[in-house]
Design a protein around this ligand. Structure first.
Ligand SMILES: Nc1nc(=O)c2c([nH]1)NC[C@@H]1CN(c3ccc(C(=O)N[C@@H](CCC(=O)O)C(=O)O)cc3)CN21
Ligand SMILES: CC(C)C(=O)C(=O)O
Ligand SMILES: [Mg+2]
Length: 294
C-alpha cells in the first residue's frame, strides 16, 4: 500500500498546523493529520478546533477550512436521525455516515463515535465494534465514553493498533444515570475526573474529550496530561475545542446549550432559499428557458 496511514510512524515533515500547508487551498493535496501532530500542538500551546460531521459536503468544507479532526458523533442520533437522546442510534446507522465523511476528507483525522451498547459489554465487544468502524467505515480512530472502568476497553482497542479518543465529564450516553444535562466534576468529583483522564491516558488513549466540566478542573487535567484534552463546555484552557456543527453554524434552532457560540445562520439561509424556490415555482418563474432542453 502506498497510501500513508493515519497514526503511523511520524514523518520528518513540518508538523500539521505550521507553515503554509496549515491553510491549504481547496483541492490542494495537503498533509494528513496524524496523532503526533496533535501532541505537538499541545506542546506548542496552540489550541486546535474539532467539529462533528455526518456527511460528505460538510466534511469536505470543514477539511478545507483547516479543521484537523472531524468527529462522526453519535450525536447524529439527535442531529441527523431526529431521536430525542443519543441512546437509540446504532452501528448500522452510523457506519454509512462515517464512510461518507472519510471518503470526503483529504487531511482531517476522522474519529468514529462508538454508539451506546456497542462497546460497554466487554473489551472484546469494544474491539470488534472498532474494527467494523475501521474496516467498513474507513475511520482513522474511534471514540468512546467513560473513565477508569473503560480503561480495559481502551487497551483492547489500542492494542490492536486503533487510536482511541476518550470522553469524560458529561457523557450523554449515561444521561439517565447522570440526572440530565449537568456539569460534572464539581468539588471532590474533580479528583475522580482527573483519575479517569489519567487512566485513559495510561490505557493508550490519544486524546480525551471533557464535556461540561468546570473550567478550573479542565485546566488542571489539561496540565496533568501528556495527551490533548478536547473541551466542550470545559472552558478556554483545554488543548482543543469541539462543537456540534449544526450548533456552531446555526442550523439547529431553539435554545442551544450555554457552551455554544453560533458562527452563522445556516437555518436562515436555507429557509430563505427554500422559500424563494417555492415562490418561483408557484409563480411559474422557475424553470426559466436556460434551465430547459430543446
Ligand atoms: N446539537 C447537539 N449539540 C450537542 O452539544 C450535543 C448533541 N446535540 N447531542 C448529544 C450531546 C447532548 N449534549 C448536550 C445537550 C444539551 C445540553 C444542555 O441543554 N445544556 C444546558 C443545561 C446545562 C445545565 O443545566 O447545567 C445548558 O444551558 O448548557 C448540554 C449538552 C451535547 N451533545
Ligand atoms: C459532542 C461530541 C464530543 C460528541 O460526542 C458527539 O457529537 O457525539
Ligand atoms: Mg458522542
Amino acid at each position: 500500500m502506498s497510501t500513508p496511514q493515519h497514526g503511523g510512524p511520524g514523518e520528518a515533515a513540518a508538523p500539521y498546523g505550521s507553515g503554509p500547508s496549515a491553510q491549504a487551498a481547496p483541492g490542494a493535496p495537503g498533509k494528513k493529520v496524524r496523532i503526533h501532530h496533535l501532541r505537538e500542538l499541545k506542546e506548542r500551546g496552540e489550541p486546535w478546533p474539532m467539529l462533528t460531521a455526518y456527511d460528505m459536503y460538510t466534511a469536505e468544507l470543514f477539511d478545507e477550512a483547516g479543521i484537523p479532526v472531524l468527529l462522526v458523533g453519535d450525536s447524529a442520533a439527535n442531529n441527523v436521525f431526529g431521536y430525542d437522546t443519543s441512546l437509540p442510534v446504532t452501528v448500522e446507522e452510523l457506519l454509512p455516515l462515517v464512510r461518507g465523511v472519510t471518503r470526503a476528507v483529504r487531511r482531517a483525522l476522522v474519529v468514529a463515535d462508538l454508539p451506546f451498547g456497542s462497546y460497554q459489554l466487554s473489551p472484546e465487544q469494544a474491539l470488534a465494534t472498532s474494527v467494523r468502524f475501521m474496516k467498513e467505515g474507513r475511520a482513522h480512530a474511534v471514540k468512546l465514553e467513560g473513565g477508569s472502568r473503560f480503561a480495559p476497553h481502551v487497551e483492547a482497542i489500542t492494542g490492536a493498533g486503533v487510536p482511541v479518543m476518550g470522553h469524560i465529564g458529561f457523557t450523554p450516553q449515561s444521561e439517565h444515570n447522570l440526572g440530565g444535562y449537568r456539569v460534572q466534576g464539581r468539588g471532590a468529583a474533580g479528583e475522580e475526573l482527573l483519575a479517569d483522564a489519567l487512566a485513559l491516558q495510561a490505557a493508550g488513549a490519544f486524546a480525551v474529550v471533557m464535556e461540561m466540566v468546570p473550567a478550573e478542573v479542565a485546566k488542571r487535567i489539561t496540565g496533568e496530561l501528556r495527551i490533548p484534552t478536547v473541551g466542550i463546555g470545559a472552558g478556554p484552557d483545554c488543548d482543543a475545542q469541539v462543537l456540534v456543527w449544526q450548533d456552531m453554524a446555526g442550523l439547529r434552532r431553539g435554545r442551544a446549550p450555554r457552551f455554544v457560540r453560533r458562527y452563522a445562520d445556516v437555518a436562515g439561509v436555507l429557509s430563505a432559499a427554500a422559500t424563494a424556490f417555492a415562490d418561483e415555482v408557484r409563480r411559474g418563474e422557475f424553470p426559466a428557458p436556460e434551465h430547459a432542453f430543446q
